[in-house]
Design a protein around this ligand. Structure first.
Ligand code: 1CP
Length: 349
């Protein structure tokens, strides 16, 4: 673990203690996509904001929806309300979110030299949201900033939309040097973006590599490990030991290399990877987070209870953050999230 600097361990946030490598008795929790369409109070704000991007760039409303799930369920961390695609948008790519269809970008395979001044100016409302949330959030709760990892963001930039990313994956295979150039620019911009979120008050940052599972095995180190390591190093050059969470969704057998070689303080585990095996790889090196199947949360009741217990058993004595293996599904009843919060609070190890 790189972050051994526990200045006042007895007063530090539960979430931060786990990221710093402590096997806490109570388990901190938050959920990916904890702010979103499954919450009626989110849908109300979303409607009044106009477009999804308008909401992302409105600090007052973005701060409000960031805080909503924490107010309702008492998570140990809030996650900044924004989107991974604001980075290509601030780099000049055309972006819109079509109702019910997800993001649409004007496909592009390269970036000009990054003009950091205009990039940061476009993202200023995001930093303002971080400041507002940090001011309003209780002292024992953490605020997580985030960005997409370069591979995942490059997939959307090239493909222009979500899906199987066949165009982007073929481009990466046929033009590895061009992809390297695109990823290098994204790496620089992403590090700068996260450093500004930290300066504005984020207590940890997460890199979402949602499509790490689509990288051919021979390219995993180049596409998913090297850029994340570079971002961690750039952050640590300014904020030594600052906790970075990496979420290489679908990394499978590469979880071990990812933990060994990126320098992340915590690794997010999807529901397809065996938690006890990832925790064994991570022992003494990184905290672990995640693994509950979002479908178990959608199911609720005995299924949710049994899966939650299984996760506690699998986490054993690892420094652990309870979370899903991917985002909350929008049909999830809020009562199931409340039931999960109770299960986690009852647990002590
Ligand atoms: O109209 C709406 O409300 C749009 C739905 C929505 C929401 C609520 C989108 C569009 N983005 C978000 C917020 C969001 N996105 C957050 C907020 C904080 C929280 O977790 O509560 C975060 C962290 C993200 C990150 C994000 N955006 C990822 C990585 C995580 C993941 O889910 O894998 C990805 C891949 C995106 C792209 C994106 N944005 C939105 C959609 C529907 C998608 C997926 C598109 C696709 O691939 O089909």
């Amino acid at each position: 673990m790189q972050n051994k600097v526990l200045i006042r361990p007895e007063t530090e946030k539960l979430f931060t203690r786990a990221l710093n490598g402590e096997a806490t008795r109570e388990i901190p929790f938050w959920l990916m996509r904890q702010a979103g369409r499954y919450l009626p109070e989110y849908r109300a704000v979303r409607e009044k904001a106009g477009s999804f991007l308008d909401l992302c760039f409105n600090p007052e409303l973005a701060a409000e929806v960031t805080l909503q799930p924490v107010a309702r369920f008492g998570m140990d961390a809030a996650i900044l309300f924004s989107d991974i695609l604001v980075v290509p948008y601030a780099l000049g790519q055309k972006l819109s979110f079509e109702a019910g269809e997800g993001p649409r970008l004007a496909p592009q395979t390269r970036l000009d030299e990054v003009d950091f001044e205009s990039f940061c100016a476009k993202l200023a409302p995001v930093f303002e949201t971080v400041k507002r949330v940090r001011n309003e959030l209780a002292g024992d709760k953490a605020l997580i900033g985030f960005a997409g990892a370069p591979w995942t963001v490059a997939c959307y930039m090239i493909e222009g939309r979500g899906g199987n990313f066949e165009t982007a994956r073929q481009f990466a295979l046929e033009n590895p040097a061009a992809l390297d150039a695109l990823v290098a620019k994204l790496t620089e911009a992403t590090a700068c973006y996260l450093i500004k979120q930290i300066a504005a008050g984020a207590d940890a940052v997460q890199l979402f590599d949602s499509w790490a599972g689509l990288v051919p095995a021979a390219h995993f180190a180049r596409r998913c490990i090297a850029p994340v390591r570079a971002i961690v190093q750039k952050i640590h050059a300014v904020y030594p030991g600052f906790p970075v969470i990496g979420f290489p969704r679908g990394a499978g057998l590469f979880y071990r290399d990812y933990i060994d070689d990126t320098g992340v303080a915590c690794v997010g585990v999807d529901q397809h990877a065996p938690l006890e095996k990832v925790a064994a790889c991570a022992a003494g090196r990184a905290a672990v987070q995640g693994n509950l199947d979002p479908l178990a949360l959608l199911a609720g009741g005995k299924t949710l209870e049994a899966e939650t217990k299984r996760i506690f058993d699998a986490a054993g004595n690892a420094p652990f953050v309870f979370n899903l293996g991917h985002g909350v599904i929008k049909e999830t009843p809020p009562a199931h999230v409340a039931a999960l919060a109770r299960l986690i609070r009852e647990f002590r190890r």
